[in-house]
Design a protein around this ligand. Sequence first.
Ligand SMILES: Cc1cc2nc3c(=O)[nH]c(=O)nc-3n(C[C@H](O)[C@H](O)[C@H](O)COP(=O)(O)OP(=O)(O)OC[C@H]3O[C@@H](n4cnc5c(N)ncnc54)[C@H](O)[C@@H]3O)c2cc1C
Length: 466
Amino acid sequence: MNTTVHTKSKITEWVNVFSQLIGRENVLSTLEDRLCYACDGSKQKHIPDVVLQPHTTQQVSHIMQFANEKKIPVYPRGAGSGLTGGAVPVEGGIVLDFTQMNRILDIIPEDLTATVEPGVVTHTLQKEVARYKLFYPPDPASAAFSTLGGNVAECSGGITGLKYGVTRDYILSLEVVLADGNIIHTGRKTLKNVTGYDLTRLFVGSEGTLGIFTQITVKLLPLPEKIQTLLAFFSSPQDAVKASNQIISNNLLPRALEFIDKSSIRCIQGYKKEIKIPSDVHAILLVDVDGREESVQTEISLVEKILTGNHTLHVISAKDNKERDILWEVRRALSPALYTIAPFKINEDICVPRSRILEMLQRIDTVCEQYPSLQIANFGHIGDGNIHVNIMYKDKSQRLLAEKAIGEILRNTVELGGTISGEHGIGNVKSEYVPVEIPLRELNIMKDIKNLLDPNGILNPGKIFQ
Ligand SMILES: Cc1cc2nc3c(=O)[nH]c(=O)nc-3n(C[C@H](O)[C@H](O)[C@H](O)COP(=O)(O)OP(=O)(O)OC[C@H]3O[C@@H](n4cnc5c(N)ncnc54)[C@H](O)[C@@H]3O)c2cc1C
């Protein structure tokens, strides 16, 4: 485990200054406290020198002015659920913990907008806006604990991406504290806005490397009246992929269209005995359709017809919300269930054009054959081409082998016109593969933007670029 990298006397000076700026109670400096901020979902460990818990934009601005002057690395952090090391303080310095800035500032139903502080948990916002019959669609599987700040920084996706898009599509304006402490406002709280360059989009997905979000205005939609779910079993992935393509080519746009492969199915069975899946099932599709009551009935029967026309072994339809929950349990069980294969996992989130999904799955199989000691399980948001490739390995000595297999999978993804990250971001975990996808000239433009906004390189150093 790497530890703090700055001298004791410097850190003592920082603690004194930050205590004056934001109050001693919001400055965490004991080893026990700092250890809690050493990791994120990527399971790396780097202990920060100090953790700060600001309550206002002004406090963030003051912190940044000092950090910039002293060239101290600053790592913004929401819930620390990121899977690519985004919030991990790889160079020590400051972790800026946003969990105390967690107020929903307004919900304006007439404008279809809400403005929040970055530490608001995604599911909290979803629940609050639902009281006004409004809907915030981006729905990462981590919505119960991840924050809006983290979602915006990673441009998180989720199961509703096919129909509703991703976080980027819902961010109207941002309040951003820049590396030098200056506060700027991007976009407007309007549903349309084309004045000037789209700075909001530049910051969305910037992984805490360009600026720090202190207020976020999101777009809302009317809450769908009804959601209906189908679970379909197939004997081959080819049939499942064909069925999913036909659903979309028949002008149907499900709220969710999820795919689960054979290896993933086997782990669910091992993990939850109550989930019974016949042994001849080699692929599963899970489909949600939403909208007004009457249109949902029509659409779900059309989807069912397409599924049964593509050699399904069995289709189960949920009659009510309780049954819907049971069907979704199959998908929810997946992440923990994978550990029944092996104790170590590398989780990739590649995305290819939908027309190349089958080819991508075949190429993953080919890579898998070259590494017989590893196991690969695939599932994901097939509707938008986003496949979660999970490489499972039995002990740490296989890590290098797993990384080699990943390199091949990512190169194949880019060859098929895809991207190495559909939703989890790059962080430091995938930075070595960025040049596989992004040509040098484009990469240099990105680096120029970074240098313009953060000339001292203090914002989340060690991320995205190598
Ligand atoms: C079980 C599980 C399921 C998941 N499912 C999904 C999924 O379905 N889809 C998906 O896209 N992701 C998923 N994730 C990944 C993760 O939850 C998302 O990336 C999420 O958006 C991270 O939010 P967070 O609050 O935890 O951010 P953190 O992990 O704390 O930080 C993530 C990044 O955001 C930056 N950041 C945080 N706050 C700010 C701020 N205020 N200003 C600027 N930068 C900031 C950090 O520096 C870091 O780079 C999952 C993770 C887990 C553990």
